[in-house]
Design a protein around this ligand. Structure first.
Ligand code: 9WN
Length: 439
């Protein structure tokens, strides 16, 4: 991108984040998503750390203030006055937060936010505030959400962050498409119906959410959906490594994190990676896949979720200062296969943008949400992964995706063939990750 064009994009992205900032957190988008979402806030903090580090820290602290007593960090923290704009709302959950969770990107985000402004972070006691809460969050996932193969399960498609990915199709088929709650779709006022999950999906989403809510959001009762996701597991491993780095930083600063804790976080990351490697690899597709914890079956579908373990592949490029990802990892052979899959016809080899679902998958649809469109958080994750592997060619391709962000109005996702904006606009993580790419 030309320098002047970059500056225009940076200024516009900053304006999106300023508009979407409520004073304590950033909404993903005014209109469609008027509350605080869990992993959105992590991505927003990653972008804001370059320009508003105090706000980036506040974003994460606000989210962690809503942590449940059992350690879970909720998917949505409702701004109750705006309840009518999004469904299901706080009234559905009978709580100020949703009972579900989202992928655990938070410790990684906290580490990156700290690195951007260590002095401000130390002055505010940022790690001392967030570290114990992040530890309890991960404990919740490792213990209360442990599935049969030792990896945490998602109990609802919303928990995966990739709601209607084909990875969940078979498991979702088993859920009756009937809910007691009347289903409202305010989302369709803000995005085209061909770009959002359909009515049948929604009835199942509500059915599962009702079952979980009615079980008191307890995790010992099966509710009919339990999926292990390679994206979720990978970011958990990266986040464990981030916690290990925090322990070192806290002890260097005379903090009180127990010194053995760093090793425990590294061991937790290694366990996650070993389980991922043992149970989720799909040799034919050349990437990782989901596993249905109810049946023990792997889901033979190629999606971008299955390439995110590239973050954990070895070896790192010499001199790489990437943050915690890559410190331990999946085997080099698998990294090479994933790189080939990423460059192949299903993904970057088949068109200009990184699709959420492989172009070769029968469900591929360039307009439909997580079934084809390109999402900026996925390009960001993979860009970091391939940069750490020294694949500057692929990194440049992925960075190139961000050139359409500003001209398309910071869309939620784009058509993977044309780059045309889809979903809502002025979407916070698109703006934030554009900033992270450019600053
Ligand atoms: C349900 C907020 C969220 C993202 C998810 C994305 C979408 C919600 C929805 O929006 O999900 O959580 O209503 O579709 O799939 O990743 O966190 O931006």
């Amino acid at each position: 991108m030309h320098k002047d064009v970059e500056q225009v994009a940076v200024d516009a992205a900053a304006r999106v984040l300023d508009t979407n900032w409520t004073g304590r957190h950033t909404v993903p988008a005014t209109g469609l998503y008027p509350h605080q979402w869990s992993w959105d806030s992590a991505f927003v903090a990653i972008g804001n750390r370059h320009r508003e580090p105090a706000r980036a820290r506040a974003e994460l602290v606000t989210l962690l203030d809503a942590q449940w007593a059992d350690g879970r960090v909720p998917q949505i923290v409702y701004d109750v006055g705006r309840d009518d704009d999004y469904a299901p709302g706080a009234g559905f959950w009978r709580s100020e937060t949703s009972g579900l969770v989202q992928p655990p990107v938070h410790a990684w985000a906290a580490w990156l936010v700290h690195c951007a402004d260590p002095a401000g972070s130390a002055r505010e006691g940022f790690f001392a505030s967030v570290y114990p809460r992040l530890v309890r969050w991960h404990e919740y996932l490792h213990v209360r959400r442990a599935g049969g193969v030792g990896l945490p399960v998602a109990k609802h498609p919303w928990e995966t962050g990739t709601d209607n990915s084909p990875l969940w199709d078979v498991a979702l088929e088993r859920v009756p498409p009937e809910a007691r709650t009347p289903i409202r779709r305010p989302d369709l006022r803000h995005a085209g119906s061909g770009e959002r999950p359909g009515g049948r999906d929604y009835r199942r989403y509500y059915r599962l959410a009702e079952a979980y809510r009615d079980a008191g959001c307890a995790d010992d009762l099966p509710i009919g959906f339990a999926m292990v996701c390679p994206l979720f597991a990978s970011v958990l491993a990266v986040s464990e490594l981030a916690l290990a780095r925090m322990v070192t930083a806290l002890s260097d600063g005379g903090g009180s994190a127990p010194s053995a804790a760093g090793g425990a976080h590294e061991a937790a990351a290694a366990r996650v990676i070993a389980a991922l490697d043992k149970h989720l690899w799909d040799e034919e597709l050349g990437l990782y896949v989901a596993l249905d914890d109810t049946t023990g079956e792997r889901v033979h579908r190629a999606t971008v979720n299955g390439l995110v373990p590239l973050l954990l592949a070895t070896p790192l490029a010499p001199g790489s200062a990437m943050g915690p990802e890559g410190a331990v990892g999946v085997g080099a052979g698998r990294a090479e296969r994933m790189l080939a899959t990423l460059a192949g016809p299903g993904f970057l080899g088949g068109g200009p943008f990184l699709p959420s679902t492989s172009r070769e998958d029968p469900a591929f649809d360039p307009a439909l949400y997580w079934r084809g469109p390109a999402w900026f958080n996925m390009s960001w994750l993979l860009q970091r992964a391939v940069r750490a592997r020294g694949r500057d060619d692929l990194a440049a391709r992925l960075k190139g995706h961000f050139t359409v962000a500003e001209p398309e109005g910071f869309p939620e996702y784009v058509d993977p063939d044309t780059g045309a904006g889809r979903g809502t606009r002025q979407f916070s993580w698109t703006a934030a990750l554009t900033l992270d790419m450019l600053l």
